[in-house]
Design a protein. Structure first.
Length: 160
């Protein structure tokens, strides 16, 4: 069987899309929804909205700013077949930031490289995690982070 026919038969049987949310990022005050698509046997890409609308629930720091933008990323699956298995990837966020108290507006964002694993249970439920490094410049006035920091990925979602 030619390789492209094998990929077609495998693709018909396995989920090709996932929709995921990141509970850790949500607790930090940033809401993401990732719409991921397998584009080849070992590659996936994702895109989704990125929102910073509230302060972290993990501490008492008050930072009156918002961020509205988009997140995009790509993953190469070294184990398994996209969108499930062991992967390495890169992601980036671009956002419009707004400090409410001074009405200051600026652009911000970050770029990350990560390694992780995505499991799909019962061809439906997605559980994913990863770690890496990132440079973030999500600062408006004196609010928000800036610099090199660890990057973490946690996600739950559905596959179809």
């Amino acid at each position: 069987m030619p390789p492209w026919m094998l990929w077609s038969s495998l693709a018909a049987a396995a989920p090709q899309w996932t929709v995921q949310v990141d509970p850790l990022t949500a607790a930090l005050g940033y809401a993401h929804v990732q719409f991921e698509r397998a584009v080849a046997p070992n590659w996936s890409v994702y895109l989704g909205p990125h929102l910073r609308l509230y302060d972290s629930v993990l501490d008492d720091t008050v930072e009156p700013f918002t961020g509205i933008g988009a997140e995009a990323g790509a993953r190469w699956f070294w184990a398994g077949s996209a969108p499930a298995g062991g992967w390495v990837g890169a992601r980036g966020v671009a956002a419009s930031l707004h400090a409410q108290d001074t009405d200051t507006r600026t652009l911000g964002g970050y770029g990350s490289v990560l390694a992780g694993y995505t499991a799909i249970f019962n061809d439906r439920w997605v559980l994913s995690g990863g770690a890496g490094a990132q440079y973030i410049h999500y600062r408006v006035e004196e609010y928000g982070p800036k610099g090199f920091i660890p990057a973490l990925h946690t996600a739950i979602g559905v596959a179809f």
